[in-house]
Design a protein around this ligand. Structure first.
Ligand SMILES: [Zn+2]
Length: 431
């Protein structure tokens, strides 16, 4: 009976996913059919390029704004005015070698520069309009957001599972952040699965300009599924947190570990015996995470830096006080990134993995202090962040319903099937 029920559910699921896909395809086709045919205008940065003689180049070593303008017949007082009056919008001393720029020149024989456009980065640019009254302003290129669905099955680690599909490393980073409190990424199992919905940014429809934060995700670790939906928790401060399908916050007040992808190499152990010391008991009051030298070390919670120094076997270390109860300490750093008295947010880079002090390999020794005593953070029930406010929950459940359906409909990439598994499935089918 159970078996049939399961089969029935699977059929429904497959059907509704297919049905949805068909509708989407129809919509796309309709849009294509009614798209009007328009004569393309060479518009760029809000200017009709046909009106000018266009020079495109990148800033070279030794170039200065003044020099470039003089070459293009802009008189000196005008240049001086831009340098002075528009310092806040366009600081001419800050143009950088390698950045693209464009000069729109008059189409007459004088070829005087009319407009100077400097690309600050792939999205932002600055326009200096030299016609009539000089003015300078900042603009953004039109960015198109394209939703993307990605899924994977872990063979060795998360970043590999995503990188082999050509996915931006930022997605791995973001996914690790979403689940940093609920899943220990140093303990991933072969066969763990994930699905992600996020948006990619494109400029002029074609130039990839990075990815946005994750909208929704699903992670199955050790057979236990955890959904995650981005939702604005506090509209005043526009704080976005991730919540599960029951509106529980996925965040804890502490990160599970101080490195994004470290290997747990030695646990807190009060009875540790070390052969090197004649098999004597040498308690290990820290939790060690091995990672390559230079890997960022993250503050596991908000707090104030109480120590950032170098001392004996600890090497270079940082200690953070989080509240009256908890402090954390991070040893053997290559270099610290914070000073005593600094306030740090959870996830801030406070230093980098190194080998200073007593250590046989690159790792961070993470020490977790509770009421002045060192305890095992992996055994502590870490305080949970507040669930979504009850007043926000009805809107939240409405919002996530279609997203959850969408996640459930994402298929996993085909995996090499192991013979044993295949045989098992076949026998189940013929039973
Ligand atoms: Zn240690």
């Amino acid at each position: 009976m159970h078996k049939y029920w399961g089969l029935f559910l699977v059929l429904i699921l497959t059907f509704s996913c297919k049905e949805k896909a068909a509708t989407e395809q129809q919509i796309q086709k309709t849009e294509l059919a009614i798209a009007p045919i328009v004569k393309p205008i060479k518009r760029h940065f809000g200017f009709n390029l046909d009106d000018f003689t266009v020079k495109m180049d990148t800033i070279r070593r030794g170039d200065s704004f003044g020099e470039l303008m003089l070459q293009h017949k802009v008189d000196y007082p005008k240049i001086a005015r831009i340098t002075e009056d528009f310092k806040d919008t366009f600081d001419v001393r800050r143009i950088r070698v390698g950045k693209p720029y464009m000069i729109l020149k008059s189409r007459d024989t004088s070829e005087t520069a009319q407009v100077f456009i400097y690309e600050n980065d792939v999205i932002n640019y600055t326009v200096v309009d030299l016609r009539d009254t000089v003015r300078a302003y900042k603009e953004k290129k039109q960015v198109k957001f394209v939703e993307r669905e990605v899924s994977g099955v872990i063979n060795s680690n998360l970043s590999e599972a995503l990188l082999e599909q050509g996915i931006d490393y930022m997605v791995t980073h973001n996914l690790a952040n979403v689940y940093a409190w609920t899943i220990d990424f140093s303990m991933l199992q072969k066969g763990d699965k994930f699905k992600v919905i996020y948006k990619e940014k494109y400029i002029n429809d074609s130039i990839y300009a990075g990815s946005e934060g994750i909208d929704a995700a699903y992670f199955e670790h050790n057979g236990k599924p955890v959904y995650a939906f981005a939702y604005e928790n506090d509209s005043l401060k526009s704080i976005v947190d991730y919540f599960d399908e029951s509106a529980n916050n996925l965040r804890r007040t502490f990160l599970r570990m101080p490195v994004e992808f470290g290997r747990l190499s030695s646990r807190y152990n009060l009875k540790r015996r070390i052969r090197y010391y004649g098999n004597k008991i040498r308690p290990h009051k820290g939790t060690d995470y091995a990672a390559p030298i230079g890997t960022p070390i993250l503050a596991t919670a908000d707090g104030t830096v109480t120590e950032s120094t170098r001392r004996g076997g600890n090497g270079k270390y940082v200690k953070i006080r989080h509240n009256g109860t908890y402090s954390t300490q991070y040893l053997h750093m290559k270099k610290q990134n914070v000073k005593r008295g600094d306030f740090v947010r959870q996830g801030d880079v406070i230093g980098w993995i190194g080998m200073t002090g007593n250590t046989s390999g690159p790792h961070v020794c993470y020490r977790f202090w509770k009421d002045g005593r060192q305890v095992d953070p992996l055994r502590e029930e870490l305080p949970k962040a507040e669930p979504l406010a009850e007043t926000l929950q009805p809107a939240y459940f409405n919002y996530i319903a279609p997203l959850k359906d969408q996640l459930d409909c994402i298929a996993y990439p085909p995996q090499p099937v192991e013979d044993e598994l295949l045989a098992g499935e076949l026998s189940a089918l013929t039973e």
